[in-house]
Design a binder for this molecule. Sequence first.
Ligand code: COA
Length: 470
Amino acid sequence: MDWKEIYNSKLVSAEEAIKAIKDGDKVVTGFACGEPFGIERALVENYENYKDVQIVNMLTLGDSPWCEPRMKGHFTLNCLFASQSNRKAISTGACEFTTSHFYEIPDVIKNYICPRVSLVMVSPPDEHGYVSFGTTVDYTRGTTDYCEVVIAQVNKYMPRTFGNSIKHVRDFTYFVEIDEPLPEVKDVEISETEMKIGENCASLINDGDCLQLGIGGIPNAVCAQLWDKKDLGLHSELVGDGVVDLLEAGIINNKKKQTNNGRTVLGAAFGSEKLTKYINNNPSVEMHPIDYVNNPAEIAKNDNMVSINSCLQVDLLGQVVSDTVGLNQFSAVGGQVDFVRGATMSRGGRSIIAMPSTAKRGMISRIVPIITEGSAITTPRNDVNYVVTEYGIAQLKGRTLKERAKALILIAHPRFRPHLILEYKNRFNEDAFTKEELKEQIELIKVHISNSADELREKLHEDLKKLLKH
Ligand code: COA
């Protein structure tokens, strides 16, 4: 049969297509910019017709309607990356959460979660009958190989991408044509602190390095500092808009890559229309399944691989917490450990964990003596090498526990250093600094305490007093 006949025979309304979903089903859906909201809306509107259906999704940019009280007994959400709309529901138990390194997620979904149905979003078919998974190849494309029912939202806004991102119309059960702009991740303005962090990260990046950029405000700040570099490569699980100007200017040209030479490799595009337009029909960008992109052994095949990811907390041993705040799930490990390990294994590679030195509008230090009770370690201390804040760079590999702690104190916000210096003494039974070094530290600390918020100042003065007593 001609592909057009196949396509037309499978073309139905969303309401018709979702009749293939049965009570008790597990339904995996595309994520982020590739989430098929057109089909999901039909499910939400008809929720009372379903019993005990689990929606499995990596990370949604939508409202997570599955977590609303009215959905109880009808739908639950099982996500693999917490987002703004379901963080609270995870902490109250109204949303399920599954933890996994990103490179393993295709296997975890296929062989452990075992969904029967897959909902995806694709581009309209080309003249040969192939649709593209566009922004979102990761675990999504693979579901069409093993799910019994595959329903695709065909959306003209979904870009057509190269790499391993296509499937023939034969491989789907139903098509639902709904054109709607893709969900977007908009750039936020880069703060002064992030700019400084970007500068510090850029000082660790050399011409010819191959980069992975994580998520959050810092990757864009790093991109802003790369304009004097040349011949950079990009092999990243996902990227935002920040890389587009560098790619267009040829600063990132992928010339020095050992794998996929001359091409950017991504698992997902996580930006706005600017990024979507760039990857559309662009043969220099390859989208691949995440068990290839994030596989540490594949990452390591590129020399001088540099991974840059962010975190929420680091203790004085260099243990990194990136996805929980105490018992609350904030995000997920994503590809952080995949890339930290891949970069470490790469010849000449480096892993960077970059973060602002404080959180909560400067009220708390992200560098702490002991991780907050209940938090999970995302990246173990043995994997961590460079930790970067706006105050500098701590290099941890090959360092003793005392050297690590001292290096981390020196990149903590000065106003929180007295507490950390005292904790160092408690732990190691010796002073962190010589008298001269301490004198210099105290001058700096005093300036920063006087600039602190009123409600903090008293406590900070207490810590400083205790330190001066020693
Ligand atoms: N204690 C309590 N709250 C904290 C905190 C801490 N130690 N550190 C940060 N927070 C708060 C911040 O104040 C902020 O809250 P607010 O918006 O109310 O002020 C919130 O947590 C987010 O922090 P921020 O640093 O701004 O987040 P971000 O958007 O830059 O993202 C990570 C940073 C670490 C959450 C994000 O990079 C992540 O999820 N990483 C794990 C996955 C990963 O690295 N994947 C890599 C490949 S994509």
